[in-house]
Design a protein around this ligand. Structure first.
Ligand code: NAD
Length: 442
């Protein structure tokens, strides 16, 4: 059955969720406090890069199933199913998550709920948040117990957001076990097309649902830091971490995905989510989890410093007077997200130490410029690499992994390439006369 849905927060998660819910046949209203963003979305323009999403957005605006508004009142009048998709960034100067945006949605929306409604939280939050907010909803809503809050964590990956929303690996729903209410029935209605595809649907309590998301991110971060720790050992012994990862990855218990050694993880989720996990574990007195994730974080941050040192060595021992080309600014390919991007962090450090750094990214230039306005930005690969002493691949865009080493040699001053993502063929580049340096490789 088609439902009337409001989605609060129209960023990477919310805009995708709103457009995909309309794609499933629901009537959807996207709500945000950023009116410029709403204006763009309403005009069918996506304020960020996400392959396949602009088509879904435009199709559903045209067929009238998707609209946008800054008005909470309009959303409360229109919908009885509400999704919270606002940001939960790291608190300034602390490890914990900043829940002020999630709190603000509940404080503004709940007093407007004058008929039975379900609010589904999608943002990533520390365990205990949903129970607290559920209490607030019942306190503030004129319909009291007929307003419910459930937690429905989101697992989409930027770059695959549409596919992950329409065909997720699983749907997780946390409900108030003391008063389960209608949330499960409403979720079954909203996600009926997915449930028909036999996508696993796990219904649990609020804290478990919250923890599923943080644990999934903590595990992925741990896997990346594990292989990067192994890469450090490979570097010390002359072993090859890529061959090693292939070999251990054949073991189905281990699996090959997320085992690529490189400059580590970044983006708007993993770093802040593991830090929020550390803060939460500390508050709950679960010290062991605290120690493991701190180490995961520090192995990850160490990769960035290591990369700066590798570049310095490749530039002849000093950055002064050196030209460094940085290919990649987004935290991963097929995204324009530069939040906590290792590529930009490394580019910034190298420039601060005296090099002339030229950055190019196929999609993230505008966001990168905003975050690091003092870096120099090139219009394409060729101009970024013009006269370079060292070329660094820091985001594995297809455009970079398919570069022709003979062609690129015509632009640079010195044929030295650092493969920060182990995504190039060392032989191919060495055969073309380049000095190739990867991560955890001889
Ligand atoms: P984002 O910063 O891109 O978007 C957040 C949006 O919320 C912004 O547009 C902002 O203007 C809006 N907002 C802030 N306060 C508001 C309010 N009071 N009312 C309405 N809108 C408001 O963030 P994001 O990447 O979409 O992440 C959102 C949440 O989803 C976070 O908790 C994140 O951890 C989680 N998440 C993100 C992803 C992802 O790939 N980006 C994946 C899974 C989960």
């Amino acid at each position: 059955m088609s439902r009337k849905i409001a989605v609060f927060g129209t960023g990477y998660l919310g805009a995708t969720h709103a457009a995909c819910m309309a794609e499933l046949g629901h009537d959807v209203l996207g709500v945000d406090v950023d009116e410029a963003k709403l204006g763009k979305l309403a005009a069918g323009e996506l304020p960020f890069y996400e392959p396949g999403l602009p088509e879904v957005l435009r199709r559903n605006i045209e067929n009238g199933r998707l609209r946008f508004t800054p008005s909470y009142q309009e959303a409360a009048d229109f919908a009885d199913v509400h999704f919270v998709a606002v940001g939960t960034p790291q608190k300034h100067g602390e490890l914990a998550a900043d829940l002020r945006y999630v709190d603000a949605v509940i404080e503004s929306l709940a007093p407007l709920l004058s008929r039975p409604s379900v609010i589904f939280g999608k943002s990533t939050v520390p365990a205990g948040t949903a129970a607290r907010l559920n209490g607030r909803v019942r306190e503030l809503a004129p319909v009291r117990d007929q307003a419910e809050l459930a937690w429905n964590p989101e697992f989409l990956r930027e770059g695959f957001a549409v596919k992950d929303t329409l065909h997720p690996d699983r749907i997780v729903l946390g409900v108030d076990s003391a008063r389960p209410g209608n949330a499960e029935a409403v979720a079954r209605d909203v996600y009926a097309p997915q449930l028909e595809q036999n996508i696993p649907f796990l219904v649990t309590d609020l804290a478990t649902a919250e923890l599923v998301k943080t644990s999934a991110n903590a595990f992925l971060a741990t896997k990346i830091s594990f292989i990067n720790a192994i890469a450090e050992v490979c570097e010390a012994t002359g072993a090859d971490v890529s061959v090693l990862a292939d070999a251990i990855g054949h073991d189905a218990r281990i699996g090959r995905r997320f085992l690529n050694a490189g400059i580590g993880f970044g983006g708007g989720c993993l770093p802040k989510d593991i830090r929020a996990f550390i803060a939460m574990a500390g508050e709950l007195g679960a010290g062991q989890a605290f120690a493991l994730l701190r180490e995961v974080d520090s192995i990850n941050m160490r990769r960035r410093n290591k990369m700066v040192e590798l570049a310095r060595e490749a530039a002849g021992g000093s950055f002064i007077g050196a030209r460094i080309a940085v290919l990649g600014a987004a935290f991963k390919p097929d995204s324009d997200d530069v939040r906590d991007s290792p590529a930009l962090n490394i580019a910034g450090q190298i420039q601060l130490q005296g090099a002339a750094v030229s950055v190019y990214d196929p999609e993230a230039m505008q966001n990168a410029r905003q975050l690091f306005p003092t870096l120099q930005y090139a219009t394409d690969v060729c101009s970024a690499c013009s006269g370079a002493d060292v070329v660094m691949i820091l985001t594995e865009w297809g455009q970079f992994t398919s570069l022709d080493p003979y062609e690129l040699a015509k632009s640079v001053r010195q044929r030295t390439i650092i493969d920060g993502r182990n995504c190039l063929s060392p032989e191919g580049w060495r055969n073309a006369g380049w000095t190739y340096r990867g991560i955890g490789k001889p």
